[in-house]
Design a protein around this ligand. Structure first.
Ligand code: BMA
Length: 362
């Protein structure tokens, strides 16, 4: 090959690769499309571990505390992967990963959307995620002493996602929401134990490794700091980049706890929404709730008030409450609980979409 042909073939290959990249980038995850399409038609309601266990039952196919109280399943099913990186068979909350896989596939087959959080044990010394003073992150990113060990953890998560298939053997699309609440001080990836730069590197590496090295392409990624921001700049302090993030979220339990705090939740969601609009992404209240639903009107008078705000009503795609564990805490009432009627009234609001409502609109 002479020099000119060599140069030409390099140029051709270059064009081929950049075309492939464009194709990959423009092939939109169906979840992102659904979450964008749903805006203004209603807000999808989600519940963590909904299909796995509840207040008087565990691992009964078809059961759900949301269904027991409202007559329908949530449209968003949340799951937790903590423990998978250590090859455990059950997660932090004792949910067997095989069962989780089966239930998530069932939720998908019914038309729902699955979202996965991940609170890993540190690959350095196995301490739990809830160690806000432990310096871990800088050892996991490129050049860090435990970078290779971290990759092995990511491989376990990628293996799980690859095994998440529908009845035809097709990969199930899902939301992945790692490294959340980084603006709080309770996780080893939180603000006390790493810098925004380190967190961004960790986040970027996680997603790039999963997508580019492990081929997990059916994944939409959510960014969800806790509620410690007031401005767009503050909200984006830890943001790893448009190329790795697809959904902009916020977790907020705290603001609901003080008198009039709904307005703070509304103001912060406005910041999330404005940022999401500028980026053409869906916005979500990725985690919220009132522990043990001690306020029997929390659903209509707190969460309902926030979700009925004019801008939020038009622009928010989903809101998810946390899990119902009788031994630890629960966030959705069960039949007979003082908040049950109110939660049903909340769910009956036309703008709040459970699974059947979502399917009719889709
Ligand atoms: C927390 C609590 C814990 C649980 C963890 C991961 O908010 O519910 O009990 O282990 O989430 O699901």
């Amino acid at each position: 090959m002479n020099k000119l042909t060599q140069l030409l073939s390099i140029l051709c290959l270059g064009t081929l690769f950049s075309c492939q990249n464009e194709v990959q980038e423009t092939a939109q995850n169906p979840i992102i499309k659904s979450l964008n399409d749903i805006k203004g038609k209603g807000i999808l309601f989600g519940h963590q571990d909904d299909l796995a266990y509840g207040m008087q039952w565990s691992y009964v196919d078809g059961e759900s505390d949301v269904k027991r109280v409202t007559g329908d399943y949530p449209a968003i099913f949340g799951w937790e992967l903590g423990g998978i990186e250590e090859d455990r068979t059950v997660n932090l909350d004792s949910v067997p990963f095989d069962t989780m896989k089966r239930l998530a596939a069932w939720g998908h087959s019914q038309g729902g959307i699955n979202t996965f959080s991940w609170h890993p044990f540190s690959p350095i010394d196995g301490i739990s995620s809830w160690n806000g003073d432990s310096v871990v992150v800088k050892h996991l990113i490129s050049g860090g002493s435990h970078h290779e060990a971290f990759k092995k953890q990511l491989d376990k998560v990628a293996d799980f996602f690859h095994a998440l298939k529908d009845e035809n053997g097709q990969a199930i699309p899902f939301i992945f929401r790692p490294w959340h609440e980084m603006d709080g001080a309770w996780f080893w990836w939180g603000k006390k134990a790493c810098t925004p730069e380190e967190l961004k590197q960790l986040f970027r590496f996680t997603i790039e490794y999963m997508r580019n090295v492990r081929g997990v392409t059916q994944m939409a990624v959510a960014y969800s700091p806790d509620r410690n921001f007031n401005t767009q700049d503050e909200y984006l302090t830890w943001y790893p980049g448009d190329d790795v993030i697809d959904i902009l979220g916020m977790d907020d339990y705290w603001d609901f706890k003080h008198e009039g705090g709904e307005q703070d939740v509304i103001n912060k969601l406005h910041v999330v929404i404005k940022t999401a609009q500028a980026k053409g992404m869906p916005a979500a209240l990725t985690e919220t709730g009132c522990s043990n639903v001690t306020d029997s009107l929390w659903y209509t008078q707190k969460l309902g008030v926030v979700l009925n705000d004019a801008i939020i009503k038009k622009e928010l795609s989903y809101a998810m409450v946390w899990r119902n564990d009788p031994k630890v805490h629960f966030y959705f009432p069960y039949p007979g609980h003082p908040a049950a009627n109110d939660a049903k009234a909340f769910a009956d609001d036309k703008h709040i979409l459970l699974l059947e409502d979502y399917k009719k609109i889709k």
